[in-house]
Design a protein around this ligand. Structure first.
Ligand code: FEO
Length: 172
């Protein structure tokens, strides 16, 4: 059984990952509406990944003979002022998720829950990759900023169209 504090933190994180999923789905819809299918695809894959993160924590809680509790998901943003704003919000959100994961590691450490600490290491590593991936897109976008309606954006959108969903929570 998980200790109460650890269980609460993990249940909160299931909710945070589900929120992330729906926020990215909402961003995907926004990109579709703006005629950017590559960005929409990238966000849709991000949505799929976030669901696997939520499910990975859900399964861990259940395996530890504890009760996973689902909560209402806060309304996610549906309108954005610009393409740059969406990607900036994505990076800020991933930085926030990194903080949340680090906080749960702290709680698990304080409670001397080594199994949860070990489980969370996957998320610690995943967040490094998540932040790096978004930063890369943001850097590319800033580079082509002056050319926001031109060839650079077209090329970047085409590149983001290549992203495919791989369930990285499963062993290969
Ligand atoms: Fe599940 Fe993007 O953090």
């Amino acid at each position: 059984m998980l200790k109460e504090r650890v269980l609460k933190a993990l249940n909160d994180q299931i909710n945070a990952e589900q929120y992330s999923a729906l926020m990215y789905l909402s961003m995907s819809a926004w990109f579709e509406d703006k005629g950017l299918p590559g960005f929409a695809n990238w966000m849709y894959v991000q949505y799929q990944e976030e669901l696997t993160h939520a499910n990975k924590i859900f399964k861990f809680v259940v395996e530890r003979n504890s009760k996973a509790e689902l909560k209402a998901i806060e309304q996610m943003p549906v309108e954005f002022n610009s393409l740059l704003e969406v990607v900036e919000k994505t990076l800020a959100h991933e930085q926030h998720v990194t903080e949340l994961i680090n906080n749960i590691v702290d709680v698990a450490t304080e409670e001397r829950d080594h199994a949860t600490q070990s489980f969370l290491q996957w998320f610690v590593d995943e967040q490094v990759e998540e932040e790096a991936n978004v930063s890369e897109i943001l850097d590319s976008l800033r580079l082509i900023e002056g050319d926001a309606k031109g060839n650079g954006l077209f090329m970047l959108d085409r590149e983001l169209r290549q992203r495919t969903f791989v369930d990285t929570t499963q062993p290969v």
